[in-house]
Every structure is written in C-alpha cells, then in structure tokens.
Ligand binder design. Structure first.
Ligand SMILES: NC(=O)c1ccc[n+]([C@@H]2O[C@H](COP(=O)([O-])OP(=O)(O)OC[C@H]3O[C@@H](n4cnc5c(N)ncnc54)[C@H](OP(=O)(O)O)[C@@H]3O)[C@@H](O)[C@H]2O)c1
Length: 351
C-alpha cells in the first residue's frame, strides 16, 4: 500500500508528541507536516518541541520545520491526506473547520466538535457504523473534507468496558476516575500542585464522560444518533501518576446479573479490526486481586487495550463493580485518532 502523507496540528504538545512518536514507521502513514503556534513556527521540530517521551525523537520529525496554522492551505501541504488534531479547543474550533473546508480528512482528539449531530464520535470497536454521518456532514456543510473525532481519554476507557455489557441491560453507571497528569498537557499542572496530592476536580471532564458515552454507545437512526438509554454519573480526579487513567465503575443492571456473567462478557468481546493499531483484544481481563494498575497495565496491547479487573457484586440493586484502566495518551488520545484514520482508509473514506 502506498503510504499516505499526514499532518499533525499541535505537534509540539503532549498529545502531538505522541502522534509523532506513534506515527514513526507506521505502515500506512508518513509524517508530511507539523503545525503548532507562532511560538514554534519556523523552528526545527527538535528545537521547538521539548521532547519528553522516553523513546528517541524520531529522525524524520526532528529536522522538519514547524509550520504556523495559516500555512495549512499552502500548495506544499495539498498532498496531505489526513490532519491529526491535538490543538487546544478554542484554536481547534476554527482550524479544524478550515481544514475540512479545504478538503482534508481531520481525525481529531479535541472536544469542540464531538457532540455536533453530524460529527462522528468514534471508537471503532463500538460504533464504526456511525461513520455514515460523514456524508451527512459533507452535504450539510458543503465541505470536500470532513471531521471525525475520538472521545475524551477517560470516556474511551470506560466506554470500551461498557460495550460488552450492553446486552446485559444497563440501567445506570457510576464512575470515579483516578487520572494521570499527562492528561492535563505538558504545561498543564505544576509539580507542586500534584506531588503528594490528589485534585478532586478536572474542568468539564465529568460532563464529557456523562454525555459522550451515551452518543458512542447510541444507535445510528437515519441522519442522527439516538443516545444509549441509561444515565452515567461521573466524579473525576487527578492523581500523581504519569500516564494511564484508572477508574472504579459501578454498573447497575435492569435485572440481576452475576459477576461471572460480566466477566464472560468481557472475555468474549472481540474486535473485527485488523488494522495496524487495532488491538487483538480491546478489553483484557486481569485475574489478580490488585490489578489493573497504570504502571503495569497501561502498555497492554501496545497501549491500545483497556484492562479490567476486580469484577464483583455491589450492594445496591443489581450492581456489579469493577476497575478499568487504559493509556490516556495512546488509547485515550493519539492512538485512538490513528486507529480511526486507519478505519477511514479501510472503509474507503480516504481515497
Ligand atoms: N493530554 C491528553 O491526555 C488528552 C487526551 C485527549 C484529548 N486531549 C485534547 O488534545 C488537545 C491537546 O492537548 P495537549 O494535552 O497535547 O495540550 P498541550 O500539551 O498544551 O499542547 C498544545 C499544542 O497546541 C499548540 N497551540 C497552542 N496554542 C496555539 C495557538 N494559539 N495556535 C496554534 N497552535 C497552538 C501548541 O503549540 P506550541 O508548543 O507552539 O505552543 C501545542 O503544540 C486538547 O484539546 C486536549 O483537550 C488531550
């Protein structure tokens, strides 16, 4: 397969660096352009980005000159097939729309467009059929390109774990998260704020988990998505962990369900996708009583699998509780966008 050239918007940031790292050696995609703010534009990537990932800065990216946002439409960028977006929301709102107008396929991490009715919010193992919204989006807006989004990092981890439980009849979901500091961006949280501490507030995070989950697990009904018919109640917390979001989840079912039935549902959940970033097992069951843990489990399935464990009965109604854990900047951000882009290629949305 001919490799498609791709661009990264917000390439110097926390999620942007993950894109650069994960795209190195990708069998279908190769880096064609890197974009960031005026602060970085004109510098070589190795000088603009304060590289903080443990792997070496990929050579192909190191010497590339970072471009400003207004260079996106330049003739040299016309050959880019996909724009991966890791921009702050206020910037992404305008830039992503402009990219779609210019004819690019945008695979975005950013929240701003996720809940728009004609924008697919995709986790392929759950709702790849929602990609049908792309045609609606293009015709509604008169765009040659389009925007596809992946959910918020904690939502992805929880939603993947809820998908196998849908046939058991979910009534309500409660979740308490323990989220890694990398989720706040590289400059997002001072070390004095988080070391020896827990911060019981992450702006807008609870609403995202509560709303996005229902769209993803909802049903495509003609021109729109009908939300999944249950409620989600979230409490989100930042903890001094570098990477990997952990969450305690309580699912109340419509009828009595055993912990073994829930475990079997996780074990039997498989993925139809065989693209480079699709994990063989989207959900991995840990049997040990003290797993999953971020340090030990975040890299499962190359960071693309969610690990679950401690599946047990609760005390309220038909409740089962468990722990879920996933890598927030791989499965929860850049890896999710790359997987979405692979599925777009596989399904013929990108020529
Ligand atoms: N971190 C996560 O786990 C995670 C997970 C899911 C989604 N997200 C979302 O992904 C996006 C990026 O998050 P992040 O954590 O990577 O943020 P970050 O580390 O702060 O990086 C922001 C990036 O955007 C660029 N940028 C900032 N202001 C700009 C402007 N005015 N014009 C053009 N470029 C600008 C920065 O370039 P300079 O270096 O030049 O300033 C940098 O490349 C956010 O929308 C976030 O909500 C993050």
């Amino acid at each position: 397969m001919r490799k498609r050239k791709v661009g990264v918007l917000g390439a110097t940031g926390s999620v942007g660096q993950r894109f650069v790292q994960l795209l190195e050696g990708h069998p279908w995609f190769e880096l064609g352009a890197l974009f960031a703010s005026e602060r970085s534009a004109g510098k070589r990537y190795k000088d603009a980005a304060q590289w903080f990932l443990p792997s070496k800065l990929p050579q192909e990216a190191a010497e590339m000159v970072v471009q400003p946002m207004d260079a996106i439409g330049a003739p040299a960028n016309e050959e880019l097939a996909i724009m991966f977006s890791a921009l702050p929301g206020d910037v992404a709102s305008k830039v992503e729309r402009r990219c779609a107008e210019l004819g690019f396929a945008v695979s975005s991490n950013v929240a701003v467009h996720r809940m728009e009715p004609d924008v697919p919010l995709i986790i392929p193992e759950i709702n790849a059929d929602h990609l049908a919204l792309i045609e609606m989006q293009k015709s509604n807006r008169g765009w040659d390109g389009f925007i596809v989004t992946n959910p918020n990092c904690s939502t992805i981890v929880m939603a993947l774990s809820l998908k196998p439980l849908l046939p058991l009849g979910i009534h309500t979901v409660h979740v308490a998260t323990m989220q890694a500091v990398s989720g706040a961006g590289y400059t997002g949280l001072g070390s004095m704020a988080i070391l020896d501490n827990v911060i019981p507030y992450i702006g807008k995070e609870e609403g995202k988990m509560e709303r996005e989950t229902l769209k993803i697990l909802g049903r495509l009904d003609g021109a729109s998505v009908r939300n999944a018919p249950f409620t989600v109640c979230a409490s989100c917390h930042r903890v001094p962990v570098m990477d990997g979001h952990t969450m305690a989840i309580w699912v109340n079912f419509k009828d009595a369900v055993s912990a073994d039935a829930v475990k079997d549902a996780f074990l039997n959940f498989s993925s139809e996708f065989k693209t480079p970033f699709a994990p063989e097992k989207p959900v991995i069951v840990r049997e040990e009583p003290n797993r999953p843990q971020p340090r030990l489990d975040r890299d499962a399935g190359n960071g693309m699998s969610v690990s679950v464990g401690r599946i047990r009965s609760g005390n309220v109604g038909n409740e089962i509780k468990y722990i879920a854990q996933g890598h927030n900047t791989v499965r929860g951000a850049s890896g999710a966008s790359i997987l979405n882009a692979e599925v777009l290629v596989e399904r013929g949305y990108i020529p």
